[in-house]
Design a protein around this ligand. Sequence first.
Ligand SMILES: *Cc1c(COP(=O)(O)O)cnc(C)c1O
Length: 423
Amino acid sequence: MTPYPITTLRRENQTLVLENVGLKKLAADYGTPLYVYSKAALSEAWQAWQVPADRPIHICYAVKANSNIAILNFFARQGAFFDTVSQGEIARVLAAGAPAHRVVFSGVAKSVKEIEFALNEGIHCFNVESLAELDRLHAVATRLGKRAPISLRINPDVDAKTHPYISTGLKENKFGIDHTEALAAYQYAASLSGLNIIGIDYHIGSQLTSLTPYLDAQNRLFGLVKQLAEHGITLEHIDLGGGLGVRYRDEVPPTAASLVEQALNGLREAGFNHALMFEPGRSLVANAGLMLTEVEYLKPTQHKNFAIVDAGMNDLIRPALYEAWMQVVNIDEHDASAVAAQHYDVVGPVCESTDWLAKDRELAVQAGDVLAVLSAGAYCMTMASNYNSRQRPAELLVDGSTVHVIRERDTLASLWADERIPE
Ligand SMILES: *Cc1c(COP(=O)(O)O)cnc(C)c1O
């Protein structure tokens, strides 16, 4: 196994280099904490999903994983579709230069305002999560003199065998329409003139490291598609969601190509000619990014050693939120004779005990060193906040030897720019 899950990262003369750019210089030039993404790694992740097929396969990038408009623009240029969960995400996709007809709109709580916006822009499909949402979509579309293209998100009741907080396809989850009620829901949708049924979808969870739950869910979904056809309800596309896992530590997730092939085989066996869709987020961006953070202090105590860094849970919340393990490496290697490796908890400046990035890691580190938190391209910057009135990090996109600033660090004034003191 390569030492780093980011394929465009390597060590050269004891220092870390991403594509052709030294990380030490980036930290010095742009400050820390800092997000850095690799365009070549994004490209590699996108290519992994490209499988020749006898039908259209639309890869809908799940915007919530990393919604910077430069990242969205990159995927738009590759021909991606986009999976969105709010008006804000749809607006971002449009601002990034992608056409509305490549947008699907998921989420359990779509408001009237969001539905109006999406209908007026002319999105590809609403992935509907409940009967009440069908009624609302029908009402809004009818009022606007439009028909809403829809797919029903089916809850297939399969265990994705991932962390419970990121499992979404079990019957006790809030997502989707129970598979046992799907036929009735489609029949109801077919009775509403403001709706145009075009697809079926599911999304069973995130960071899946096995093909088995996908196969179980796929079999259940294909059975439903057959049943619907018998009742005269035909579909244009089948959307098998996102959730493909990545390597953070030693996971060995299936390849995107094997997932696509499994779906294509299933479609052919069933004699289906539907277009195929997927909604990957994490697998397209997680291992195209890292976060740099400087060690402010070393704090040895009687119980353990702390490396206190300048990035906190507000900058990168995955460890605090679901005890995620992310690889932490010193960007400069010390000679073993100069700095001895010890076990550290890597913790941040935020006033919460959950404010940690890594626990019990062996590191040879000194104050002033810059650490890289790897696999930080997905669900990191998009979850960043200003808690403790901290300025959210800048973001860079490295392309060979070129460095693009794709987001400026928050300024101090921006922290309260939208606030007002009453007269
Ligand atoms: C979050 C989400 C995705 C993407 O999940 P990943 O694990 O990042 O691939 C896809 N579809 C829906 C509906 C989602 O909510």
